[in-house]
Design a protein. Structure first.
Length: 150
């Protein structure tokens, strides 16, 4: 398995399709592919919005992707990377693909003076994902997520 930062030329379309598939699978939501493609393109064109990472198999086919976004921590005077939009194709689930991606990101954090750590949020009903995060040594913290979306 190869983990690398995604690029617009090779990964825009597959990442957008992963996001559409994830929305349907997790929330039974039909996203507009063209809108999602514009959203993914916006990240590639403006790195301040985030960075995509992909997992590639031995044939260099994309089998998973995720997005990281920075959150400034004034307490630490460093950024915390939030992991968003994790998607692993169904036939690769349970094969530790996310673990490899997570360890790759953890290595980036450990080798950076500008990064403090990793965070993510998970749907309360997604027990299988929570079990993966627990096994990786992530902890469920005392914060609840609140949001307002237009």
């Amino acid at each position: 398995m190869i983990i690398e930062q995604a690029n617009i030329e090779n990964h825009l379309d597959i990442i957008a399709s992963f996001q559409v598939e994830m929305a349907k699978e997790t929330e039974n939501l039909d996203l507009d592919l063209a809108t999602v493609q514009r959203g993914v393109r916006a990240v590639f064109e403006d790195p301040s919005k985030g960075k995509y990472f992909v997992a590639l198999n031995e044939k260099r086919e994309c089998v998973a992707s995720l997005l990281t976004v920075n959150e400034w921590s004034d307490w630490r005077c460093q950024n915390v990377l939030w992991i968003h939009s994790v998607f692993v194709i169904s036939e690769m689930r349970g094969k530790k693909v996310f673990k490899e991606m997570y360890n790759y990101l953890k290595g980036l954090v450990n080798n950076s003076d500008d990064l403090a750590g990793l965070r993510l949020y998970v749907d309360k009903t997604n027990i299988s994902a929570q079990n993966v995060y627990d096994k990786l040594g992530m902890t469920k913290e005392h914060y609840d997520l609140y949001e307002w979306l237009k």
